[in-house]
Design a protein around this ligand. Structure first.
Ligand code: DGY
Length: 325
């Protein structure tokens, strides 16, 4: 019997690729850039399974081009690159990788909170530029994290993991979410507040909501105006949740103090984006889940999802469970 055909859209940790090679005919895109759209539409023509990343748009156009497709497995917890309704209409289950990247992403969010507080981006650039001439009592004064208020927007797994870190650092933690979170009642030191209260009281705001039509540009001119002038905004979720043009103005005009971003809109950020001209903005290239162990686990988990779909079994981690009726 012939093996099912799968397309892996980028080189991922070997463990995931090896699992698929045992049971499938694998087409692996080896270049370190997304497959150009036209070529992607050609490559999906006869595949049974698609192993995708957040750089691939899986929409009606792609699904129409892939008449044999039986399963999509996204190597990410987020799936805003996938038209879920379009897959469900065609009976195609979608896999994703929840849970395994929680702590790693929370580590990066906390690293960005600390980097924003202590102006690490600027001070590192200062040293490399040869400007460090003496110890100075007024050099790069930042903010204390200890005793400060952290506002967490979105209390899913990653938001909660950031809250744990913040409490250990002696921070006061406010949080806002549209969903109830009964599990949080066991964590003392947290306070649920309205979005406006969080914006007004937080010294640091960390964003952990998924990108949806409701959260798109959830942070824009009005929200920045409600924040403290010293506020540090950290985004490790998705770029379009923040109105980037409004963020630039808020940072430039001192309406807020600092932004530390793991995600931008678009990705990669355009090199002429004015945010890149600001000293009070630190940007890293979407590396929230980028530890060896976590990316390896994400790769194998995505392979497990894909293989289950190809065998006609339920995906262990399925986004659109209603596909099973
Ligand atoms: C995700 O999983 O959604 C991240 O953004 C990439 O790890």
């Amino acid at each position: 019997m012939s093996k099912p055909k799968v397309l892996i859209t980028r080189v991922v940790p070997q463990e995931g690729i090896a699992m698929l090679r045992e049971e499938c005919e694998v087409d692996l895109w080896e270049e370190d850039r997304p497959i150009p759209r036209d070529l992607l539409l050609e490559k999906v023509r006869d595949i049974d399974g698609l192993y995708s990343l957040l750089t691939e748009r899986v929409d009606d156009e792609l699904l129409d081009a892939a008449p044999n497709l039986r399963v999509v497995s996204n190597m990410a917890v987020g799936y805003d690159n996938i038209d879920v309704a379009a897959c469900t209409r065609r009976g195609i289950p979608i896999g994703h990788t929840p849970g395994v990247l929680t702590e790693t992403t929370a580590d990066l969010a906390f690293a960005l909170i600390l980097a924003g507080a202590r102006r690490l981006g600027e001070s590192e650039r200062f040293v490399r530029a040869g400007k460090w001439t003496t110890w100075s009592p007024m050099l790069f004064l930042g903010q204390d994290v200890y005793g400060a208020t952290l506002g967490i927007v979105g209390m899913g797994r990653i938001g909660v993991a950031v809250a744990r870190r913040a409490l250990a650092f002696g921070m006061r933690v406010l949080h806002f979410d549209t969903l109830p979170h009964p599990e949080l009642e066991v964590m003392s030191g947290l306070r649920a507040v309205s979005f406006d209260t969080l914006l007004a009281q937080a010294d640091f705001v960390s964003i952990h909501v998924p990108l949806t039509e409701t959260t798109r540009k959830m942070f824009s001119t009005e929200q920045f105006k409600r924040m403290k002038r010293t506020a540090v905004v950290v985004n490790t979720a998705r770029g379009p949740i923040v109105d980037q043009a409004a963020l630039y103005i808020a940072l430039r005009d001192g309406e807020i103090g600092y932004a530390a971003l793991d995600v931008t809109d678009p990705e990669p950020i355009h090199m002429d984006d004015p945010l890149l001209t600001l000293d009070n903005c630190l940007i890293v290239p979407h590396i929230g889940s980028a530890s060896v162990a976590t990316r390896t686990r994400m790769a194998t988990m995505a392979a497990e999802n894909l293989l289950a779909g190809l065998r006609g079994e339920r995906l262990p981690h399925c986004v659109n469970r209603n596909v099973y009726g």
